[in-house]
Design a binder for this molecule. Structure first.
Ligand SMILES: *Cc1c(COP(=O)(O)O)cnc(C)c1O
Length: 430
């Protein structure tokens, strides 16, 4: 494991050129890779040797960028995917099949809850959504004999619930299953879930990691800590022979890298949700400044959250950095240097006034995006969570009046002035 600090890993992690090689990660814009003998190529197909042969399975640009994220999270293996959705899907589907069950926090990204309760349900995988703040005795009741994983977000999008990672890790491990954490909002700059017992981390790299709204992408990182063989009967995909590779047993052959190797060799092979090497190159440029951007996002968000809280038109503000926040203590424990740049709040006039306020912002644009250098806003009930019923909205922690403000890294006084004028506008209308 790297002994370098996060700042150094952001810049130099994952790629170590030798003499005469490009200083910058090159874009390997090649679908395929050359070998001298048929036997050499055959060994790659049998997973007997490591190497590149077809970009759908692995590509050196992607691997360098995945290795950087792996190092940032303190994991042992990682893979890039075409999107955060693909990362979430692969992370679950790699260890679950029809007839299996997963316990997930209900406070998650709208796309993840659709994936879980609609699409994966059609594939025969059932999810029980739980209140992440419920006491352990309550959460225990969600587990079944066929439960194979626990899923949650470090800081939930958009409700900003901070996960008690240790509580969830203990719970998962008591039931012999891994904890998968979506660490998109906190990023490894603010929180490394493996340090608190999470087993697998997923990312939508589309957000802070890219940070400039350029490329949709995802990543899965494995801590290597979950002992698949100790729960052999639960995870046959990892602990029994894979006939499509002449009967290899991933957990025996690849040890701590078994999970990512299986996800690459089976899921990427069959489902093909790769990140384009060119996109991985762009993502890498974003990663190089992640350690500079994230603290500024948090600093700006803190000031704006405090301003909103003091404004008479504002009904409520949810931001883990606010002293009065329900999640302040958890945030101090798991992310003492800051949480994220996203704030959720509602206006006194309710849903309609919230929408008029948004329409009147000038710097903060309405976009279906979050965690970007540019400040942006969204009304989840009308946009990302539009498919959910009023009850499901509440269950996901998304009040109908919730405005998701993703604070960028512009000058905070300009952002405050923008918010001020939009609030003055809705006030004048009232
Ligand atoms: C955006 C997002 C996703 C989905 O990622 P895409 O890159 O948009 O596919 C998953 N989880 C969280 C927390 C997100 O914010």
């Amino acid at each position: 494991m790297s002994t370098n600090h996060l700042e150094t890993i952001c810049i130099q992690g994952g790629y170590h050129p030798s003499k005469g090689e490009p200083r910058i990660v090159p874009i390997y814009q090649s679908t395929t890779f050359k070998y001298d003998t048929s036997e050499q190529m055959g060994k790659l197909f049998d997973l007997e040797e490591e190497g590149y042969f077809y970009t759908r399975l692995q590509n050196p640009t992607n691997d360098a960028v995945a290795a950087k994220i792996c190092e940032l999270e303190g994991g042992v293996a990682a893979m890039l995917t075409s999107s955060g959705q693909a990362a979430t899907f692969f992370a679950i589907f790699n260890i679950c099949s029809a007839g299996d069950h997963v316990v997930s926090s209900a406070s998650i990204y709208g796309g993840s809850s659709n994936l879980f309760t609609v699409t994966l349900k059609k594939l025969g995988i059932e999810f029980t959504l739980v209140d992440p703040d419920a006491p352990e005795e309550e959460l225990e009741k969600a587990f079944r004999p066929n439960t194979k994983a626990v899923f949650a977000e470090t800081i939930s999008n958009p409700s900003l619930v901070v996960l008690d990672i240790e509580k969830f890790a203990d719970l998962a491990h008591r039931h012999g299953v891994p904890l998968i954490v979506d660490n998109t909002f906190a990023t490894p700059i603010n929180c490394r879930p493996f340090d608190f017992g999470a087993d697998i981390v997923t990312h939508s790299t589309t957000k802070y990691m890219d940070g400039h709204g350029m490329t949709v992408g995802g990543c899965i990182v494995d801590s290597g800590n979950f002992d698949w063989m100790a729960h052999k009967e639960k995870f046959p995909g990892l602990t029994t022979p894979d006939e499509s590779y002449h009967g290899i047993v991933y957990a025996e052959r690849f040890g701590k890298k078994a999970y990512i190797t299986k996800a690459t060799a089976q899921l990427m092979r069959d489902l093909g949700a790769i990140q384009a090497p060119h996109n991985a190159f762009l993502l890498n440029i974003g990663l190089e400044t992640l350690h500079l951007r994230v603290p500024r996002h948090c600093e700006n968000a803190q000031k704006i959250a405090e301003y909103l809280q003091s404004h008479r038109e504002v009904a409520w503000v949810s931001y883990p950095g606010l002293k009065g926040s329900r999640y302040y203590d958890l945030a101090q424990k798991y992310m003492p240097n800051g949480s994220c740049g996203v704030i959720a709040f509602g206006l006194k006039g309710g849903r309609d006034v919230s929408i008029r306020f948004m329409d009147h912002l000038k710097l903060a644009c309405i976009v279906t995006h979050v965690a970007d250098a540019r400040t942006c806003v969204l009304h989840p009930a009308s946009h990302t969570h539009r498919q959910l019923s009023e009850e499901q909205l509440i269950e996901a922690g998304v009040q109908p009046d919730l405005i998701r403000l993703s604070v960028g890294i512009e000058n905070v006084d300009d952002l405050l002035a923008d918010i001020q004028q939009a609030l003055a506008f809705v006030e004048s209308e009232a």
